[in-house]
Write a protein that binds this ligand. Structure first.
Ligand SMILES: [Zn+2]
Length: 505
């Protein structure tokens, strides 16, 4: 027999696709030809595979070898195909009977010594294999726990090509994925450690309940970072579908913690203000790495000292925030990553960042305006909640920590989200922050005139924009949901105005 076929999986963005690796060995001048749209890494695969085969004690066939990766139209990146190529080659040369590998998808990178190394994106790859009806996969031992997360799959790990050869030839065992049944540790900071900051805590709770983007503006020491870091702790646990999406993105980035379990808590990403555009939205050679906005998918993206970020970096966030996904245009085929994150910005009120706040600031009024204006166009427009925080006072700091814990607040947040989801189900939406302005202003959700009187007066006098008007209404719905009422009243509108503009604090 001089032909063999082995199953593997390729990745485009976060989508896996079954790939068939064909090997044909013919008499003629010895050499290897790879076809099927391979990238440079695949050409390097030829040299890696040859060394790995020889160093695993197998005979390298001195024949004319043609390798073909199907479908040809699918862009293929990286080193995931190494192991499948080696197996197809040994099968084609008659060295290895491939019957035990029939219907098995094989993933893994080979080292020159024949060791099998972990690859990025195993979770979405084996999930795709399962969807395509494959029920057995062989993966690098370092990725076995991650692959075992996908239900209905028999997963086995390999640490070397030699082990796989022994399995096929002599039925020697492969490595079983580790069983991890320890309860998930609840980690991360808790709201109970935040002293004072009544307005900030309230803003955080409203942001969590309505899915509103949030800007925290205040001097250093006002607790902006402390608050932002605690937003995930009051958000609901991810459901199965969301957990799989989030875990897949972290898998593609190669950032999945060992132990291999689904990420169940909303992620938190805080890129530094010197972050480049690719590190924020994704990019890089070969299989594109998801950026911070995608790693924060279904969680929180925190930009501390937001005005210090480069203009292109802030600009690059506009599209993902609008559409909930990032489209990376690449030389060969684009990659798309989900990017539905809740944005939290923190900013000092002015460039001098004087901890005492306004009273000792020497910045000219124009400089202060320019500083926050850096955020205006692309981002502030999309942010419902803009809160001005004051420096913490000694009395607040000394107060015994009798504050609600994240768990207590999370219960109210979950109830409010449920009420909103039920109300907006007819529109196919779940969160107050997602409701288009026209729906808020029309029956059956239009608020009675007496409730919005103050708001309409502000609109008429020009102190509030039409967009600002809609944002206040959205926040008012969230405030009413948190309070367990079916419709916002005048008081809710007044609080929403405070949270929107910082007035009245
Ligand atoms: Zn200043």
């Amino acid at each position: 027999m001089s032909y063999a076929r082995v199953l593997c999986v390729g990745l485009v963005g976060v989508e896996g696709h079954l790939v068939e690796v064909e090997a044909d060995l013919a008499p003629g001048l010895p050499g290897v030809v790879i076809s099927g749209l391979p990238d440079t890494a695949l050409h390097e695969a030829r040299d890696r595979v040859r060394a790995a085969v020889v160093n695993s004690g197998q005979r390298w066939p001195n024949r004319r070898i043609t390798l073909n990766l199907l479908p040809a139209t699918l862009p293929k990146f990286g080193s995931t195909f190494d192991l499948a190529i080696a197996v197809a080659l040994l099968g084609g040369s008659g060295e290895l009977p491939l019957l035990p590998l029939d219907g098995v998808a094989i993933l893994g990178e080979l080292g020159l010594d024949g060791a099998v190394r972990p690859v990025r994106g195993v979770l979405p790859m084996v999930a795709a294999a399962a969807r395509a009806g494959i029920d057995r996969v062989i993966v690098p031992v370092g990725n076995a726990a991650e692959a075992a997360v996908v239900p209905g799959l028999r997963v086995r790990g390999v640490d070397s090509l030699h082990r796989l050869v022994c399995f096929v030839r002599d039925g020697r065992p492969l490595i079983e994925p580790p069983v991890d049944d320890a309860p998930e540790a609840v980690t991360g900071p808790d709201l109970a450690d935040v002293a004072g900051q009544g307005l900030g805590r309230r803003a955080l709770e409203v942001a969590a309940a309505g899915g509103h983007h949030l800007a925290l503006i205040g001097p250093p020491g006002a607790g902006k970072t402390m608050l932002a870091e605690r937003l995930p702790s009051i958000l609901p646990t991810l459901d199965d579908a969301a957990a799989l999406e989030v875990t897949a993105l972290h898998s593609v980035a190669g950032l999945l913690p060992a132990g291999g379990r689904l990420i169940r808590r909303p992620p938190f990403q805080a890129p530094h203000h010197t972050a480049t555009v690719p590190s924020i939205v994704g990019g890089g050679a070969g299989l594109a790495r998801p950026g911070a906005i995608s790693l924060a998918h279904r969680g929180v993206l925190f930009l501390d000292e937001a005005p210090e970020f480069s203009k292109p970096a802030l600009e690059a966030l506009r599209q993902p925030l609008e559409h909930g996904r990032v489209l990376l245009t690449r030389s060969r085929g684009g990659a798309e990553y989900p990017a539905r994150a809740q944005l939290v910005l923190a900013a000092n009120p002015c460039p001098c960042a004087n901890p005492a706040g306004d009273d000792r600031c020497e910045c000219a009024p124009a400089a202060r305006r320019r500083y926050l204006a850096r955020l205006s166009g692309p981002l502030l427009d999309r942010i419902d909640l803009q809160v001005r925080l004051q420096p913490m006072r000694a009395a607040e700091l000394m107060e015994p920590a009798a504050h609600e814990s994240s768990a207590v607040v999370a219960v109210r947040v979950a109830a409010a989200r449920e009420a909103a989801a039920e109300r907006w189900a007819a529109l196919g939406r779940r969160l107050n922050s997602e409701i288009p302005g026209p729906n808020l202003r029309r029956a059956p959700w239009r608020l009675p005139n007496p409730v919005t009187a103050d708001l309409r007066a502000r609109l008429d006098s020009g102190s509030l924009s039409a967009r600002g008007f809609d944002r206040v209404i959205r926040l008012a719905w969230t405030i009413a949901d948190l309070d367990g009422r079916t419709q916002p009243d005048k008081k809710d509108i007044a609080e929403a105005i405070t949270l929107r503009t910082g007035e009245g604090t």
